[in-house]
Design a protein around this ligand. Structure first.
Ligand code: SAM
Ligand code: DTB
Ligand code: SF4
Length: 320
């Protein structure tokens, strides 16, 4: 069990894991997965953009940045009623968690944050785990989210510290880490991962995993996103991520952070269902479940339910 929370993984070690012959990588990841996550269960998380577009940040992958001429138009914040209706529908469709996102640089005090707190209380009362992703926050805001019943906060490191400034210039890697510290201190579980396919090297991917593994404890969930190239963003023309690279990244994440839920996240819809199942075999045990991600399409619950059934996988019950 000593290896279950190693925080001193070097990028070179991770790179060596990642680059080993594929079947050896998959075998090792599968052994870790079976030991720490027996039972063929997959967490089904619904995702909802409660405040879309017009974000002041310049993240070069993002459809919602006001810096990029994308098709996304800034919209008003959703009403509590509409969110609760979505939550009830997501629950009926089989989701166990609702993750609510806002296109904010950071949380600001005022009506919008108060409404998010109501959303957290309301979604919890519907019987779903709650997760929000609201950008940067302060210590007391994390405390207030915790008091409202928030289970998890998503805030990704997204890439390596070295590559981050090539992707985002309006905030720093250190800002991301500080937010994660506040979330942890408030006793909220941490969902933190990244994106592949933004032009980073394999060493950057390894360094990102090393940064994630430095977090003590490891993040409770680690979303691995493949870039969804959004027209109008600077990364719109990036070549698609090779499915086998997605698989290697998932397997490596599983080995480095054995206890984490590894989420096969954005980009999943462009994988065949066989490749999605290989990713689950090699360590993914969580997916976004529903018609849409934030501004782009997801695989859809009907296809997903059929895929899970075909493989004898079942939904992980909610922890709350
Ligand atoms: N504004 C908040 C923030 O940046 O943390 C929350 C919303 S932001 C859209 C959440 C995460 O979605 C990002 O950190 C990134 O990992 C992921 N994401 C956004 N656009 C993406 C894209 N086009 N492809 C893959 N992942 C993406
Ligand atoms: C995460 O790591 N991926 C999700 C969630 N956390 C908030 C977002 C994916 C967004 C994909 C692009 C879009 O739909 O705009
Ligand atoms: Fe998109 Fe979040 Fe960056 Fe804003 S802070 S541009 S919503 S990823």
């Amino acid at each position: 069990m000593g290896a279950c929370q190693r925080h001193d993984w070097t990028a070179a070690e991770i790179r060596a894991l990642h680059d080993q012959p594929l079947f050896e990588l998959i075998d090792r990841a599968r052994r870790v997965h079976s030991e720490y996550h027996p039972g063929n269960q997959v967490q089904l998380c619904a995702l909802l953009s409660v405040k879309t577009g017009g974000c002041p940040e310049d993240c070069s992958y993002c459809a919602q940045s006001a810096h990029h001429p994308t098709a996304v138009r800034p919209g008003p914040m959703m009403t509590l009623d509409d969110v609760l209706q979505t939550a009830r529908r997501a629950k009926a469709a089989g989701a166990t968690r609702l993750c609510m996102g806002t296109a904010w640089r950071q949380i600001k005090e005022g009506g919008a944050f108060e409404r998010v707190l109501e959303m957290v209380r309301g979604v919890k009362a519907v019987g779903l785990e709650t997760c929000v992703t609201l950008g940067m926050l302060e210590r007391d805001q994390a405390m207030r989210l915790k008091q409202a019943g928030l289970d998890t906060y998503n805030h990704n490191l997204d890439t390596s510290p070295e590559y981050y400034p090539s992707v985002v210039t309006t905030h720093r890697y250190e800002d991301r880490l500080q937010t994660i510290r506040y979330v942890r201190e408030a006793g909220i579980s941490v969902c933190c991962g990244g994106i592949i396919g933004m032009g980073e090297t394999l060493d950057d991917r390894a360094r990102m995993l090393a940064e994630l593994a430095k977090l003590d404890p490891h993040p409770e969930s680690v979303p691995i996103n493949a870039l969804v190239p959004v027209p109008g963003t600077p990364l719109a023309g990036n070549p698609p991520v090779e499915p086998l690279e997605f698989l290697r990244m998932i397997a490596t994440t599983r080995i480095v952070m054995p206890r984490a839920k590894v989420r096969l996240s954005a980009g999943r819809a462009s994988l065949s269902r066989e490749m999605q199942l290989w990713c689950m075999y090699a360590g993914a045990n969580s997916i976004f479940y529903g018609e849409a991600l934030l501004t782009t399409l997801n695989a859809g619950p009907d296809l997903d339910a059929a895929m899970l059934e075909a493989a004898g996988l079942t939904a992980l019950p909610p922890a709350c």
